[in-house]
Design a protein around this ligand. Structure first.
Ligand SMILES: [Zn+2]
Length: 290
């Protein structure tokens, strides 16, 4: 399963999977904004490379995303917001305009696939003063994943490193201990993972200093996220795998919102989508809980 589940090794009371952490702690929408998607997007989480690129290859892509749009122009969008202001007032106008457009089936589906962005993620944890999973092999693995995506013509690319620390010290100084541990992690990461040899790839780092009695995603010291913004690696242009990806997305029902997350069922491999995280209560068509 996902990298974040390996945090369990550190005996942290972790209840979230990596996909949720990417969406919640790491602030998925903010990361997608840095990846060049400030408005509408579809965002695949841990989809298999074989299904995305149509190749006989193992492994998955932690995050792959592209723009999602309405089938009307900017002028109509402004008219729609004006109409929503009349009915609902300034405060909720934009949200209501989005809701109405989605309910009217105005989201273009399948989405246009001329531009695709991606992000790989790794998770590490600090325990007994040692930062786990940051050896040289890990660095090669990460660079290999990013190079694969770059060679396939992904337009923008990012890497996110999530690091958690195990609580130390008495509860009274737990917050201070967490802060001190994060300062140590910051220094270590500077040595371990540099992306100098992949210019233009964005770098995100999220730190979670856990305190006793809470999970690191909600209770503790948080640092992050952006270290270097992802640059445009290549212009949007049609690629051989875009058609197959578009066809695969076309098999899913049209989303009723301009932002949607796409998941792959670990049992049957089918894709499904949901507008929000976490996925509590969502099931694949085969019955598997996601
Ligand atoms: Zn399934």
């Amino acid at each position: 399963m996902g990298t974040m589940t390996k945090f369990v090794e550190a005996s942290i009371s972790l209840s979230l999977a990596k996909i949720e952490s990417l969406g919640r702690f790491a602030n998925g929408p903010k990361m997608l904004e840095y990846l060049g998607l400030p408005d509408g997007w579809w965002c695949g989480l841990e989809l298999s490379r074989a299904k995305i690129f149509g190749e006989e290859v193992s492994g998955d892509v932690d995050l792959i995303a592209g723009p999602m749009v309405y089938d009307f122009d900017q002028g109509e969008w402004i008219d729609r917001i004006s109409a929503a202001v009349e009915t609902h007032g300034d405060r909720n106008a934009i949200a209501m305009a989005h809701m109405r457009a989605g309910q009217e089936g105005r989201v273009v589906w399948p989405p246009p696939i001329e531009s695709v962005v991606a992000c790989e993620a790794k998770a590490s944890y600090l325990k007994n003063g040692v930062l786990k999973r940051t050896h040289v092999a890990e660095r090669h693995e990460i660079l290999g994943q990013l190079k694969y995506l770059r060679e396939h013509g992904v337009n923008r690319l990012g890497f996110v490193h999530l690091v958690s620390t195990v609580p130390i010290g008495e509860s009274g100084d737990a917050w201070l201990s967490a802060e001190t541990q994060l300062q140590f992690v910051e220094g270590e990461l500077r040595e371990v993972l540099r992306l100098d040899d992949l210019p233009g790839v964005g770098l995100f780092r999220g730190y979670m200093g856990a305190v006793p009695g809470g999970t690191e995603d909600v209770a503790g010291v948080h640092w992050g996220m952006i270290q270097a913004a992802p640059e445009l690696l290549c212009p949007a242009t049609p690629l051989s795998w875009h058609d197959d990806l578009g066809a695969r997305l076309a098999r899913l029902p049209r989303p009723s919102e301009l932002r949607t997350y796409i998941f792959e069922c670990p049992d049957c491999g089918e894709w499904t989508h949901a507008p929000i995280l976490p996925l509590l209560g969502f099931h694949c068509r085969c019955g598997r809980a996601l």
